[in-house]
Each structure stands twice: as structure tokens, then as C-alpha cells.
Design a protein around this ligand. Structure first.
Ligand SMILES: [Mn+2]
Length: 204
């Protein structure tokens, strides 16, 4: 699953493996990639969502997860969030000042969501989304929140996800994952202005 060359200077890149009794997950991430993706979690709809995140986030992602799906999808989805969150935090350790803040409104047919983020170093998720169904494909809709809760906690991102409209759960999920990708892309751009994101002159 080696998608890109490692140790190139200035590349905002991370490669992580996390193994527990419940899951075994590997991630490679390049924040300045070109949307190359190699994603397999064993949960088809979740793969579809992670593909949309990578495409709209303009990041290269290699992700393989083997989880205890015989139990259910919870551990695999949550632990994928943990590892992806850690990879985002690690890829941002080049010390470059970044824009840090971003917000996007993303429509997907009937669905419309607001995604607002602050790469503050503090993990926080504010979630205002209601689904109609318990599952979309083989992904439990309750675990979409668990994914973002785990990711934001380990990435150190403050994230607000607000569903403004939406009838179809597939569309709502697409709007959320596309929106998260687009917001992450904007917030991780190198800042024009030095000390761009805090009056404290450092990440506060
Ligand atoms: Mn779709």
C-alpha cells in the first residue's frame, strides 16, 4: 500500500499502523497530494465516504482496516477515525503556519450541510445531524458521529457539523464527508501571513 515516496523534505506526510485485539489499521496520508486513493475497510459504504473525503480534500490516502466486523462496524469505524486523526496531526508537524480556520456549505441534492473547523490543537466535535435510517449500506448511521468524534479528538481539530437540510441519508453522508475534505484542504493551506492564526504568536 505504499502510494508515495517517503522522507521527501517539506512533504506533509504521515504513515501509521495501529493494532488492537479488535482492529488492525494502516494509514498513509499526504496532505498535499493529488487525490490518489487506496482504501479498504471491509465496509463498502464507509470506503465510499472515505474516497469522497480524499477526493474533495485533495489528499493522497492509503488506508487498510481489518476489524471485528463479525461483532459490528463500530470498532472499525471508530478506530479508523483515531488513526486518520493521528495521521492528520502528524502530517501537520512541519511547523508551517497554516490558515487553521475554514467553513464550507456543501449541498448534495436535497442535503445541505455546514462544516466549520479550527485546527486549534484541541479536539472538539459539535454534531447536529439527524438520520432517518439506522444504516446506509453496511455502515450504521450512529457511527458516522463516532468516526468524527475519534478523528477530531486525535487530530486536535474543533469541528462543527450542522445539517441544514436533508431527506436522503446517503446524500447527507456524502455532503458531510465531501465538506470535511474541502474544509480540511482550506484550513491546512500554508498561511500567507506569519503568526496568521493567533494573537499569541503561536497556536493557542
Ligand atoms: Mn454515493
Amino acid at each position: 500500500m505504499n502510494l508515495m515516496s517517503k522522507n521527501s523534505p517539506g512533504v506533509r506526510f504521515a504513515e501509521l499502523t495501529r493494532e488492537t485485539s479488535e482492529t488492525n489499521i494502516q494509514v498513509v496520508l499526504d496532505l498535499d497530494g493529488g487525490s490518489r486513493r487506496d482504501i479498504l475497510t471491509g465496509i463498502g459504504f464507509f470506503d465510499h465516504m472515505l474516497e469522497l473525503f480524499a477526493f474533495h480534500g485533495q489528499v493522497d490516502v492509503g488506508l487498510g482496516a481489518e476489524g471485528d466486523l463479525e461483532v459490528d462496524d463500530h470498532h472499525t469505524v471508530e478506530d479508523t477515525g483515531i488513526v486518520l486523526g493521528k495521521a492528520i496531526r502528524e502530517a501537520l508537524t512541519t511547523g508551517d503556519a497554516i490558515e487553521r480556520y475554514s467553513s464550507v456549505h456543501v449541498p448534495m441534492d436535497d442535503a445541505l450541510v455546514l462544516i466549520a473547523m479550527d485546527i486549534s490543537g484541541r479536539g472538539h466535535l459539535s454534531w447536529n445531524v439527524t438520520f432517518k435510517r439506522d444504516r446506509v449500506g453496511d455502515l450504521a448511521t450512529e457511527n458516522v458521529r463516532e468516526f468524527f468524534r475519534a478523528l477530531t479528538a486525535h487530530a486536535g481539530i474543533t469541528l462543527h457539523v450542522r445539517m441544514i437540510a436533508g431527506e436522503n441519508d446517503h446524500h447527507i453522508c456524502e455532503a458531510i464527508f465531501k465538506g470535511f475534505g474541502r474544509a480540511l484542504h482550506l484550513a491546512t493551506r500554508i498561511a500567507e501571513r506569519r503568526n496568521a492564526n493567533s494573537t499569541k504568536g503561536k497556536q493557542d
